[in-house]
Design a protein around this ligand. Structure first.
Ligand code: IVH
Length: 681
């Protein structure tokens, strides 16, 4: 493989992991600016080497794979992303491209200039004016059904106001937490002794994706509408020729739209307004991470069209990172689940880009030395609408004596064993596998949402179980009994039962989730899925060789070596044996890629049991064919499949609304043909 191909390969894998961290786990691990830099590097390499570009490269994708917590929803019209520009020259280059493509005079083009709200994209479908479904962007084609949670958002109309609402219409916009609501919410978290949210975007994402809509309802989310999509609303569509008109119409329907949005004619006026928004970004009620510029004329948009990931008629001008100065109080070291010892800065709290920053990572020993920051220094903290704040460097103050250069500790701050730097790496590790800090982080990670998703196994609980000597390894979780837990501080019989049940439920998790949960080096969710799809059981995986593993698409030599090393280790083998004995499935359901989308966009309600299917697998069969399988019957239901011992309410509701019902024996036919033959009985 050439160096370029290897780099492209590496970038794709890295970006895919970050996509999952950001979109699925709501827990990004690098600043947005660094992510943008990776994507730019990948695009540049792919542009120079078109022979290496693939349709499914992450550079062509939008967002991330859909999580399994919510039902999938297929978007009728793809939810695209926006291309970014980072300065005025790039913005002008975009307008030049527009003029080249559509002709005409740049001084007469009208642009909508809008704040780019830093939240989560949401699409809400209305049928004949009635709210029917709300979905996140997901991978752009399939999103997550968050209808129940969105119904709790105060400014989302359940019914559109006004008359011209016939047909199917999507209102797209951003779900976000207003700055004031975010501060209030964190204040309440603090008062209740709960973890604080890092910034409004993460808090909004976490709130929208609560499994229990009653929890979502407690979060002060808001929705701002910025786009109208006419799925099938010809009457309304005929009256709309400009984006500005759609914004007015959305206002009239009862939505909130950005009051700062204006239409500007000509490039100079547009650029001036972009500057204005940049200057006033802190005066707005919400966090913004850029300015969106859209062509106002809908017919011209149609003419320009889209690429596979973004429209050609819109662009996002990302705003430069924000910086603040504050005092560096101390440098401490934390131990992660792999034993990595990461130095971090303890800061006098400062508000940067709308969120309170009291800590910032310093990455590793070399970074601290390079930046030469010392306890007591005044330092510059930077955030680029970002998640993880970073220290830029010290501000040297005249006449102030500085502390001596900081030295990396020799021993692990948790277990006291010596720390080690391995080979050429800049990272320092605690190599004691029995280090309690590592065990704590490993078990938390195992139970986390992207891994085994064990509800109730948060940081405090794990620390308590470790402290009580009930667990030291993830395999110990499966031996916990209710009697051991009930009576521990803060754990009554009820919560002890729920925790044991949640652990029990996790046994069916697919092999890929177990691999993610074990935190094998270099194996993130994308690699784990690739591995488990090629070796769908633990036994097959554990008998595979380095060459077999390296041959899998998406798995390079580094990952393969790490997996082989992990699986050869005696302790790790023993852990898998214990998993097996405890009854973990350790297998990956096969992904059938060859099924036809016979039920695309159709809602099939299932009631009662169907021979040969569990409830989950029957619903999955519908979803695999592009349909949805909601839990209740409505006017929009395509049909109701009535199995053994059906629910009376669903059958009655179907009769009341005139929705066809079919028997269990017609389910296969429905799956393969998308329809069924009427039976006369
Ligand atoms: S228009 C097809 N307008 O930014 C283009 N997006 O980085 C649809 N965003 O996915 C997007 N404010 O979640 C548009 N005024 C605005 C926006 C906006 C925030 C988000 C949106 C989009 C992302 C792209």
């Amino acid at each position: 493989m050439s160096d370029v191909a290897a780099r492209i390969f590496e970038l794709r894998a890295e970006i895919a992991e970050h996509n999952v961290a950001y979109h699925v786990n709501d827990a990004p691990t690098i600043p947005d600016g660094d992510y943008d830099a990776l994507v730019r590097e990948l695009r540049a390499l792919e542009a120079e080497h078109p022979e290496l570009k693939t349709e499914d490269s992450v550079s062509q994708l939008v967002g991330a794979p859909v999580s399994t917590v919510f039902q999938p929803v297929q978007h009728r019209t793809a939810m695209l992303s926006l291309d970014n520009v980072f300065d005025e020259d790039e913005l002008r280059a975009w307008t030049d491209r527009l003029v080249k493509a559509i002709g005409g005079n740049v001084s007469s083009l009208a642009f909508s200039v809008e704040p780019k709200i830093d939240g989560l994209a949401l699409s809400i479908t209305y049928e004949d004016g009635e709210f029917v479904v709300a979905a996140t962007r997901g991978d752009g084609r399939v999103g997550e059904n968050v209808t129940d949670n969105v119904r709790t958002i105060h400014n989302v109309p359940q019914q559109l106001l006004g008359k011209n609402t016939a047909g199917v219409l999507e209102i797209r916009g951003e779900v976000y937490l207003a700055k004031a609501d975010f501060l209030d919410m964190n204040e309440r978290q603090r008062a209740a002794g709960l973890k604080l949210f890092a910034n409004p975007r993460n808090a909004a994402a976490g709130s929208l994706r609560q499994k229990d809509s009653r929890q979502s309802a407690l979060r002060p989310l808001s929705f701002l509408a910025y786009q109208m999509v006419f799925d099938d609303a010809p009457q309304l569509q005929a009256t709309m020729t400009s984006h500005a008109a759609t914004l007015r119409a959305m206002d009239a329907f009862g939505f909130f739209t950005a009051p700062e949005t204006t239409t500007q004619v000509g490039v100079d006026a547009m650029l001036q307004r972009v500057d204005w928004l940049e200057t006033h970004r802190h005066d707005l009620a919400y966090e913004i991470d850029g300015v969106v510029i859209k062509l106002d004329d809908l017919a011209l948009r149609e003419q320009l069209g889209t690429t596979s990931r973004a429209p050609r008629w819109a662009i996002a001008r990302k705003l430069p990172p924000e910086e603040r100065t504050t005092r560096l109080l101390a440098i401490e070291v934390s131990i992660g689940r792999t034993g990595r010892a990461t130095p971090y800065a303890v800061l006098e709290p400062v508000v940067v880009a709308g969120s309170r920053v009291a800590m910032a990572t310093l990455h590793n020993e070399d970074q601290v030395a390079k930046k030469d920051v010392r306890p007591g220094d005044l330092v510059i903290v930077r955030k680029a609408g970002d998640v993880i704040p970073e220290i830029v460097g010290p501000v040297l103050e005249k006449g102030r004596r500085r502390a001596r250069a900081w030295l990396f500790p020799v021993d692990c701050p948790d277990c006291g064993q010596p720390l080690a730097r391995v080979g050429e790496e800049s990272d320092t590790y605690c190599v004691n596998p029995a280090c309690p800090a590592q065990q704590l982080q490993q078990i938390i990670h195992f139970g986390s949402r992207g891994a085994m998703d064990i509800e109730g196994l948060g940081e405090q609980r794990v620390a308590q179980l470790l402290g009580e000597g009930l667990i030291t390894d993830v395999a110990d979780l499966y031996e916990l009994r209710v009697e051991q837990l009930s009576g521990l501080e803060g754990l009554g019989e009820l919560s002890a039962n729920s925790l044991v049940r949640a652990i029990e439920d996790s046994k069916v998790m697919p092999l890929s989730r177990v691999l993610v949960g074990l935190g094998i080096r270099h194996v993130g969710p994308v690699a784990a899925r690739a591995l488990a799809q090629s070796f769908p059981t633990y036994d097959e995986l554990s008998h595979s060789s380095f060459d077999n593993i390296e041959g899998i698409v998406g798995v390079g030599p580094v990952i393969a070596a790490s997996v082989v090393r992990y699986l050869e280790d005696r302790e790790n083998r023993e852990r898998f044996e214990r998993f097996k004995n405890a009854g973990l499935a350790l297998s990956e359901p096969s992904l059938s890629t060859d099924v036809a989308p016979t039920l695309s966009g159709r809602a099939v309600v299932i009631t009662g049991s169907l021979d040969g299917y569990s409830r989950e697998s029957a619903e999955e069969a519908v979803v695999l064919r592009g349909g949805t399988s909601p839990g209740s019957v409505s006017k929009k239901t395509y049909c109701v499949v009535v199995g053994e011992a059906p629910g009376a309410s669903k059958v009655n509701k179907a009769a009341e609304l005139g929705i066809p019902t079919i028997g269990a024996d017609q389910f296969e036919e429905l799956l393969t043909t998308g329809t069924w033959k009427a039976t006369t009985s």
